[in-house]
Design a protein around this ligand. Structure first.
Ligand code: M6P
Ligand code: ZN
Length: 196
């Protein structure tokens, strides 16, 4: 794969049906085995893992300098499926520089962007083709695929923002999105720990 750090003007293409960015520099693939303790139903996760280490989501990254002034750009593709009643989702993260925002422009699929601030405020916004979500500063964010096809977004965030995964890994999101009677429902996370 071509590996360059771009500082000159450039353009790239995004296939809205697959989320593949051309050209791209990195492809991140996250599987069930990478999501230890993140899904509510641990037994369902373990049973699935015995059969297959399912691919949950992919991220195609375009490499630009990871520093203030630049805009990091990538696509995220979350595949459809569930672990127990819980829909496939991204790990979710705060930005290391917590005062930085992000835009997710949804290109395909149906889902929910779950957002939660460091003060414990939360908001769930719909993700659907043609709709964009603004994740403000101080909000952790996780995309959740509640549909039958890949949930694809083009994401843009400030260079130098960084990813803080540890907070979500240890404390979780306050709310979960679970299937109930065939529909997504937002429920309290019994394991959530307040950050304050
Ligand atoms: C989006 C962006 C990326 C992020 C990815 C996957 O594409 O927010 O910065 O890495 O989603 O989410 P996560 O990092 O939480 O696994
Ligand atoms: Zn982010």
């Amino acid at each position: 794969m071509e590996h360059v750090t771009r500082t000159d003007p450039f353009s790239f293409s995004v296939d809205p049906s697959t989320g593949i960015v051309t050209p791209h520099d990195n492809l991140i693939q996250r599987r069930l085995s990478h999501m230890n303790g993140m899904f509510m139903d641990q037994a369902a996760r373990e049973a699935m893992l015995e059969v297959e280490d399912t691919l949950l989501y992919e991220v195609y990254e375009v490499e630009v300098p990871d520093e203030a002034g630049h805009l990091m750009v990538c696509t995220s593709i979350t595949y459809p499926g569930k672990v127990g009643r819980e829909y496939f989702m991204t790990k979710g993260h705060f930005h290391e520089k917590i005062q930085t925002a992000e835009i997710y422009s949804c290109l395909r699929g149906q889902g929910i962007m779950m957002m939660e601030s460091d003060r414990g405020d939360w908001k769930a916004e719909p993700m659907t083709q043609g709709r964009a979500v603004y994740v403000p500063p101080y909000y952790a964010h996780r995309s959740i695929n509640t549909g039958q096809e890949p949930l694809i977004s083009l994401c843009v965030y400030p260079g130098g923002a960084g990813h803080d995964y540890a907070t979500i890994e240890t404390k979780g999101f306050r709310k979960l999105v679970l299937e109930k009677n065939g529909k997504p429902e937002i429920e309290d996370n019994p394991k959530w720990k307040s950050r304050i």
